[in-house]
Design a protein. Structure first.
Length: 349
């Protein structure tokens, strides 16, 4: 009976964690919409508690608009904005922050409930503390990112800060997912294959690099610098690839170089995953593994197609928002399937 109660408690906690995973996915996508609509600097202050309510009257709206008018983004990019247009970008940044607050409440209320009901075992307390610390850190990084765009001669948030915010969110996503998997995946659902495990770790490393460069692409608006495919403005190795000095600066600050690296890494990742999928065909009789293996291949193929469509439509703002957010969503699903496979495929018992 104790084992039955423990299993039930673990399933309940895992469900709560997976709700959190879903909310993190939505939060990252809201962040993508916020970036693509250039909404991130519309709220110039960080008020974790009092900022939960939007302006409630005309005077309050005008006060927020006046604060935004001080930014260089307004002065040099959106100087013709009306109050109605400001309300549009304000909404996305406010929604992004409000969803983060709601997510924190869901985690906190769930934690208190399961703690009072004594459903946690001792081994869960440390991961829970880490989970809350990661969530708090993410909020801090988010404000640090916004501040990077609220300085003179900056029209948008810094691309390094944006990428740090993005990668930290994915770290929180993966940690929460791994925690949930540890509660519901049984030993008989795991497989032992050292070779496939090592290959997956390589894929994860390449995927991490790809996600970092995806953040750089977004922050530097690099897609619009070369809205062509399969070439990059008529070249496969663009001549401006190494125009910055020192040479290493091109790897983090040259939009064309970042564009080239992001594309090349995508092709490499697709090939590696196809090879891994082929090597993994020898493992039979494991339903969860088989579904994840097939999902990994289908997602990377879909991601390549979406990446191409995003690039060639980069000069069309409405299309870019839809395709860019879809591209970001599939990237997250690809990461989640990779992490899930790493959990299922083990080197040893």
């Amino acid at each position: 009976m104790d084992n039955l109660n423990q299993d039930r408690s673990q399933r309940q906690i895992a469900t709560w964690l997976m709700v959190g995973v879903g909310m993190i996915i939505i939060q990252v996508l809201l962040g993508g919409i916020t970036r693509l609509t250039e909404s991130g600097l519309s709220i110039t202050e960080w008020k974790p508690i009092t900022g939960s309510l939007p302006p409630l009257n005309d005077a309050a709206w005008q006060a927020e608009f006046d604060k935004y008018k001080v930014t260089d983004q307004f002065k040099y990019v959106h100087q013709n904005f009306t109050l109605k247009e400001f309300k549009f970008i304000f909404f996305w940044e406010w929604f992004h922050r409000t969803w983060a607050r709601l997510m924190g409440l869901v985690f906190l209320i769930g934690f208190i409930y399961f703690l009072v009901k004594k459903k946690f075992d001792k081994g869960m307390i440390k991961p829970m503390i880490i989970l809350f610390l990661l969530g708090g850190l993410q909020g801090f990084i988010g404000w640090f990112m916004v501040k990077s765009g609220l300085v003179p001669e900056k029209y948008f948030v810094g691309h390094v800060e944006l990428t740090t915010h993005f990668i930290a969110a994915l770290g929180l996503l993966c940690y929460t997912l791994w925690f949930a998997l540890s509660l519901v995946v049984k030993n008989e659902q795991k497989i032992i294959n050292s070779s496939l495990k090592k290959f997956l770790l390589l894929i994860l490393a390449i995927l991490f690099i790809q996600l970092v460069y995806g953040g750089f692409m977004a922050g530097l608006r690099a897609a619009i610098t070369a809205p062509t495919w399969p070439d990059i403005n008529g070249y496969f190795l663009p001549p401006s690839f190494n125009e910055l000095t020192p040479l290493a600066k091109n790897l983090v600050a040259n939009p064309i170089s970042i564009h080239f690296i992001h594309r090349g890494t995508a092709y490499l990742l697709a090939v590696l995953i196809a090879v891994w999928w082929y090597k993994g065909r020898s493992v039979n009789g494991h339903s969860l593994y088989s579904k994840l293996r097939l999902s990994l291949l289908l997602l990377v193929l879909l991601q390549v197609v979406l990446g191409i469509l995003t690039v060639v439509n980069a000069t069309y703002p409405n299309r870019l928002v839809l395709l860019g957010v879809s591209h970001q969503a599939v990237a997250m699903f690809l990461l989640m399937v990779t992490v899930s496979l790493l959990f299922v495929v083990r080197k040893r018992q």
